[in-house]
Design a protein around this ligand. Structure first.
Ligand SMILES: [Mn+2]
Length: 500
């Protein structure tokens, strides 16, 4: 790994010489877990003073901004380590260098051509980086650096203790769950399920994740990560770092419930924006792409709203929150839609933009929104034959197979998620009951060919409940359902059942 040896030697020297080390991280799960791993690990290796600092969406934004640099320098560090950011922060890194300080960048974002003015630059995407696995997220890189420092100082420190954080950061960052990441997250999820980290234990108690129960990657994506991300979306992510580092259970419970209430506040805010957006969409009538903006929409949340709308409507979607004349927005779209190409073609109307084909952020002035909207829609309409990802053929479950056994087998494939999708199954059975439940979801009871009964749940499919009867084939996933102390396998239905 390019510069790993150089970084490890420098950090080792900072430890033995008692330098103050600032670990500066991004406000998302990957950045926060990487920061926690290094802060905690270096303290355990005897660092005199480690000051963890996180970026803020509302002051300086992503990366080592000018505003962030002021906070970093206020801690009077001898060494600065950036986590999950820094790869394009040439200006502020040069300022650090000019003060005679060293900076080590640990990141996995795009590597610009201009040489980075850093003492060491660890990024698997550097062309000169020989590390064979390119999928590590920043938390995985941070663990590798910690292990290197440990070895350099000839100390006994079991870095596997931080694999739970690596699992959270890697899964939340939608890094591929292949190769090294698969090994790290699989072990990390087991550790996470044991519930030894006090802060996460407190959070899990609060949200009903029982200690000792098997955890899937989807539990992290849908239950854990959204909560850890909420405080950063609303303002200050520091409370999450405090939770990850807390060792006192009483204090951890306070932090966990503060995070949970921020998550609820985030949800309310999100629903409010979604409702207002839905109204705008209804008023505008039929459109081939959505561009929505409003004063006051929280730009930490517009990304979630854009994702929801893009899923629901199947359209390329831009949602912008304005604060005065300038708005910040997020771009999402149907799987496979080349959003980066589209936004690049509209850049004349934008102040800034960045991201990749599947997701972008942008900055636009209020007076340019309408022109941008027209251009964006026109360009989207020109991409009629983009490459949609092929629908996956379901694996048919044989009538004699017990679903509980199939589920156990499928668990061997976990963690499933990015680059290792959970297999889609085809299950046939006879409908015993079908009804629509709260939220418009479909609830089915089925008799399988083996005679056993199973329940099925179809998110958003409740509208057609009345038309379902007789023999059907379901396209579904299997999941464990814990209810009143018993555990059953149930079907998670992905599309309307096919009548046979
Ligand atoms: Mn990351």
């Amino acid at each position: 790994m390019a510069d790993r040896e150089r970084a490890v030697t420098r950090i080792g020297r900072a430890l033995t010489q008692g330098e103050t080390i600032v670990v500066f991280g991004d406000y998302d799960c990957d950045g926060m877990t990487a920061t926690a791993i290094l802060a905690d690990g270096l303290r355990k290796l005897g660092a005199r003073l480690v000051v963890p600092i996180l970026a803020s969406r509302f002051s300086g934004g992503y990366g080592l901004s000018g505003a962030a640099l002021e906070r970093v320098l206020a801690a009077d560090p001898g060494l600065v380590i950036t986590c999950d950011c820094g790869s394009s922060d040439h200006v502020t890194l040069r300022q650090i260098q000019a003060r005679g300080l060293d900076a080590i960048v640990i990141d996995h974002h795009l590597v610009p051509e201009e040489t980075l003015p850093a003492f060491a630059f660890l990024n698997p995407h550097r062309p000169e980086c020989g590390f064979p696995y390119k999928g590590l997220a920043s938390c995985g890189l941070a663990l590798s650096v910690l292990a290197g420092v440990r070895t350099k100082l000839e100390r006994a420190l079991d870095v596997r203790d931080w694999l739970d954080l690596v699992a959270i950061g890697t899964i939340a960052d939608v890094a591929p769950l292949t190769g090294d990441n698969r090994v790290l997250t699989r072990a990390g999820l087991s550790l996470l399920a044991e519930g030894k980290r006090v802060g996460l234990r407190a959070l899990f108690d609060l949200i009903g994740i029982e200690a000792g129960k098997r955890l899937a990657a989807s539990d992290v994506s849908f239950r854990v990560a959204p909560r850890l991300n909420a405080p950063g979306r609303l303002g200050s992510p520091e409370i999450v770092l405090d939770l990850l580092l807390e060792t006192d259970i009483a204090r951890a419970r306070e932090l966990a419930s503060a995070i949970e209430s921020q998550c609820q506040a985030r949800r309310l805010e999100q629903d409010k924006i979604l409702n207002e957006a839905e109204e705008m969409i209804a008023q505008a009538g039929q459109q081939s792409a959505l561009v929505l903006g409003k004063e006051g929409w929280n730009h930490g949340i517009v990304g979630i709203v854009a994702g929801r709308l893009a899923d629901q409507k199947g359209l390329p979607t831009v949602v912008v929150g304005f604060e005065g004349e300038v708005g910040r927005g997020s771009v999402r779209g149907p799987a496979g839609f080349p959003l980066f190409d589209v936004v690049s073609a509209c850049q004349g109307h934008l102040e800034r933009f960045g991201g990749h084909q599947a997701a972008l952020g942008l900055e636009v002035r209020k007076e340019n929104l309408e022109a941008f909207r027209r251009k964006f829609i026109a360009v989207c309409e020109s991409y009629t034959d983009y490459e949609k990802p092929a629908a996956e053929e379901p694996f048919l479950v044989a009538p004699e197979d017990r679903l509980a056994d199939v589920f156990e087998d499928l668990c061997l494939l976990e963690p499933c998620g990015e680059a290792n999708p959970r297999p889609t199954l085809g299950v046939e059975g006879e409908i015993l009951s079908a009804r629509s439940v709260k939220g418009g979801h479909l609830k089915l009871e089925l008799r399988l060919p083996s005679g056993s009964r199973v329940t099925a749940f179809g998110p958003g499919l409740g509208a057609k409940a009345d038309e379902l009867s007789g023999r059907v084939r379901l396209t579904c996933e299997l999941r464990e359902n814990h209810f009143l102390g018993s555990t059953n396998v149930e079907l998670l239905v992905r599309e309307l059942p096919v009548l046979l």
